[in-house]
Design a protein around this ligand. Sequence first.
Ligand code: SF4
Length: 346
Amino acid sequence: MKHELLIDQLEQRHSLSSEGYEQLISRRTPEVAAELARRARVECERVYGDAVYTRGLIEFTNYCKNNCLYCGIRRGNASCRRYRLTHEQIMACVEEGYDLGFRTFVLQGGEDSETTDEWLCDIISAIKGAHPDCAVTLSVGERSTESYRMLRKAGADRYLLRHETANREHYRKLHPRSMSYENRMRCLRDLRAAGFTVGVGFMVGSPFQTSADLAADLKFIEDFSPEMCGIGPYVPHHATPFAQFPGGTVELTCFLLSLIRLIKPTILLPATTALGTIDAAGREKGILAGANVVMPNLSPADVRVDYELYDNKVHAGDVAAECKEDLEARMESIGRRLVVDRGDPK
Ligand code: SF4
């Protein structure tokens, strides 16, 4: 089928066959990408207008028990300087963020055994108690069914857990034997059952990834229908087993952002930090391809360099206010505005 017909079909039915997605991805041209991005922008503006939502990202621990082969804070990286923020330090980040206009805080960390349910529930309650008008998003990995229930009950609103890949075999190549595709999917189902607004996601251009894998990711997004989806280019980290693999591209990431926007027009879709890392204008390109969320860093400047999931992460070292101002100017330059809003899905 011709590309134009596939895009028409996607726009109208929000669905394509796996073969259709694969064809669009593997035979894409700059012209097709530009048309896809144009239609994705129209859909995004129809739902969200010119608003771009911000999330204040607090990377509170870089301890992790896992050893994902692509990740710079994996357990096996002995050169990583580890840190863990205290309750008080996290609350200080929240206060600073609130004053800057953030109304969603994302607590992100590795799978740290010290991040107990009790400790997390306590910090969630403290944030919600101090700022009932704010949303709390968690990004703390795989946990038990009961844990997810408790965290939701404590007031957490949203949960980000990238599925990483919808192909079992590919999942196995990216992760150690101690982790499984089945458990990742179990977690995503549990999060939904617990009542979270759920985010999935994957790296674009990760080692061994094929166009068929990406088509499977898009079919997974169609079927699971998450409220949020975080995708960014794979960026290699020098101290991982995948250090020598090439990174993903801004071009393919933007193409996929456009496809995801057309699959689910209401989805909350960030232009990720990884996009801004490999291209100075990466986040603007992401927004122009259909994204509508940015996630500036609120972590204390002295630990930011240590939360290095990949090399040369953008904004490591800047203060939060500068990050926000910089993003504000970037969004204005493309006719968008950062808004003071929880940024719930519509
Ligand atoms: S990707 Fe997440 S779970 Fe895997 S090693 Fe990194 S922080 Fe840990």
